[in-house]
Write a protein that binds this ligand. Sequence first.
Ligand SMILES: CC(C)(COP(=O)(O)OP(=O)(O)OC[C@H]1O[C@@H](n2cnc3c(N)ncnc32)[C@H](O)[C@@H]1OP(=O)(O)O)[C@@H](O)C(=O)NCCC(=O)NCCS
Length: 295
Amino acid sequence: MTLDVVIRPVKQADFNSIVPWIRKETWPANADILAIYQAQDPGGFLVAEHKQHGVIGCVTFIQLDDSTTMIGLFIVSEEHRGEGVGRLLWNEGYRRNADRALCLVASPHMASNYRSKGFTQIGTNVEEYLGFPDITKLPDVLTNEQHSYKEYSPEYFDKLLDYDTSVHIIQRKMFLEMYVNLKNSKTVVCICNDGEVLGYACLVQLDTNAYLLGPVLCETDNIACNLAIHVLKYLPKGASLAVYIEDSKTKFKDLMTQIGLERGKVYPRMETSTFMIQNPMHKMYASSTMSTVII
Ligand SMILES: CC(C)(COP(=O)(O)OP(=O)(O)OC[C@H]1O[C@@H](n2cnc3c(N)ncnc32)[C@H](O)[C@@H]1OP(=O)(O)O)[C@@H](O)C(=O)NCCC(=O)NCCS
């Protein structure tokens, strides 16, 4: 069967079609976050456009650096699944990236499919925690550390970027800039006595009453919990919260459970080589999207 579908780079107008699919999957993205992907690698965010039905699927093959590509947001609208649209998207993304190291965070049911394509599971899984948290159950800030926790303001940007760059393999100026400036979002920064940044956490509004805690990137368990305690004070009453947590981060997960979030799906992290991706994980507590390395 020939499909009446072309694969092309995304346009901003396509976000209206894509956002409802990803919200239904409870993936942590909204139009602003899609714009971040598009800006990072405009040719790597692909959509499938059907002659009659318009945009019916997408995938991102975002080139992070000279050698590594992060795959994400692989989705086809429900009414067109099983027709080969996903394969067209995948093949086109793969064609442009065949000679590169590929990594992704897989939906659990797709893991065997990726294995058959040469991916292996690496490092930690990403666990989804969801619910309507009771913020009154947040403990007081843990320990008597000598750090302070400040609401983000532009004066912190350069130090925040230095910190972020020291952890990640890629320079994420554009992401960080867009992230800390997302509408209705809050970022809290942990600063040590000498003024150095030791981590940060973002609370992002995904939808009218739906929020995402992440990224949470910092030096220690205690700082991660304290960052969460500070930034969650900005969560509106009655709002839902999603957090995507590295499965090794027990204390942070305990805190999320304590306020009433429940564990959902477990997403295996996979890649075609063991080239990278491990590096940031020990400092990454909660990721903001499935694509931990990107955002
Ligand atoms: C995964 C998805 C994008 C595939 O798109 P599609 O148009 O339905 O898929 P196609 O019919 O073109 O098949 C594409 C490939 O995906 C595989 N696939 C599709 N659905 C699958 C499923 N539920 N479980 C395992 N493999 C699946 C097919 O076997 C095929 O593999 P192949 O190319 O190695 O032969 C689509 O089913 C979807 O949107 N699912 C919900 C979102 C999701 O889970 N995305 C994956 C994130 S890792």
